[in-house]
Design a protein around this ligand. Structure first.
Ligand SMILES: *[C@@H]1O[C@H](CO)[C@@H](O)[C@H](O)[C@H]1NC(C)=O
Ligand SMILES: *[C@@H]1O[C@H](CO)[C@@H](O)[C@H](O)[C@H]1NC(C)=O
Length: 207
């Protein structure tokens, strides 16, 4: 009987201990919200946690949207961005011909946007005359892809011959090729002719 009583007491003690363990574990689980609502320390911790969460959220958002970042990643081993002529098409054997006094040269090109990590600030279209004189034809915005050269209303006399077209950004026509930046272009040559000049010459010979 004594042994049975002792066993029951032992069971009861075990039961009480188990209940206490339950209570303490639930209390522990409830400690953080209790503190955050009641004490100022808990409130600080909670707001810190909240701030940390906001930070990590905004970091995650930023990393998932790299296009929103202002900085540009340039592959230093990548190519420069080249111009592709659309019109007129460069032809070293038979350069496209234009008549001084009656033509307007429309020039159109594309730029390899994949390679263009650093868009130009601005573009300049110029021509080098047969006398190696540089004539600026157009000063354009950095995204421009066309220019016109008016040969009708000319402001200075143009010599008959071949003119090399230059397209370059703010770094100039002799800029060093750099990854992700526009490669200065000089692949288009135009032939300019003038029937008037020819008439004058024959008139001179006939007199
Ligand atoms: C040349 O100038 C005249 C008069 O300013 C103008 O009417 C004409 O459109 C111009 N031609 C071209 C090709 O720009
Ligand atoms: C092009 O941009 C550069 C700055 O990058 C500036 O110094 C230059 O004056 C600009 N040229 C033209 C024609 O706007």
């Amino acid at each position: 009987m004594v042994i049975l009583n002792a066993f029951i007491v032992l069971l009861w003690v075990c039961h009480v201990l188990a209940q206490q363990a339950k209570v303490s574990s639930t209390a522990q689980a409830g400690i953080l919200p209790a503190r955050t609502t009641v004490t100022s320390n808990g409130g600080t911790i909670a707001s810190n946690n909240a701030a940390t969460q906001v930070n990590s959220k905004s970091e995650a958002a930023a990393s998932s949207q790299p296009t929103a970042m202002p900085s540009v990643i340039i592959n230093p081993n990548g190519p420069p961005a080249y111009i592709t002529w659309k019109t007129p098409l460069p032809n070293t054997h038979y350069p496209p011909l234009f008549k001084i006094g009656s033509s307007t040269v429309t020039m159109e090109w594309g730029i390899d946007r994949q390679a263009l990590a650093v868009p130009p600030d601005n573009l300049t279209v110029a021509v080098i005359s047969p006398q190696k004189e540089t004539i600026v034809v157009a000063e354009l915005g950095g995204a421009a892809t066309s220019a016109t050269w008016d040969l009708v209303n000319i402001t200075r006399p143009l010599m008959v011959g071949f003119f090399t077209v230059l397209v370059y950004d703010q770094r100039g026509p002799t800029a060093i090729p750099q990854a992700g930046q526009l490669m200065p272009d000089s692949r288009l040559t135009l032939g300019l002719y003038s029937p008037e000049a020819y008439v004058e010459r024959t008139d001179g010979k006939s007199t």
